[in-house]
Design a protein. Sequence first.
Length: 137
Amino acid sequence: MKLKNLFTDDEAVSPVIGVILMVAITVILAAVIGAFVLGIGSNQEAAPQASIAFAYDQPVADNFTVTHDGGESVELDKLSISGAVNNCGMGSDTASAGDNMLKSPSCKYTGSGQTITITWTASSGDSSQILKESTTP
């Protein structure tokens, strides 16, 4: 065998590449069909696209309100409020633009310069997203 012929011999290269490509296409196609059949990646609940506003009452310190400022309606039972707050909870209805989102009008924050967070959680509980954060005056 001559070394020069070894590098110039192209026989059987094309059929091997063709078989590898066919196997790759088959595997990818099977994965896509399997994902559709098993429902992987579908029915993911998305967080609402809503604008939320905080208003801090002055001169009465410590009182504040949370208002739906616009965008999609929000199911309040999927929202939670956390941070430096007392006597606060979200309502149980659906809030639209202009609605107060807090259950209690006597919601108070506990200190100046603290962060208050409104978080949305999916019905399944497996995902959540922060919708709004605010720093107390």
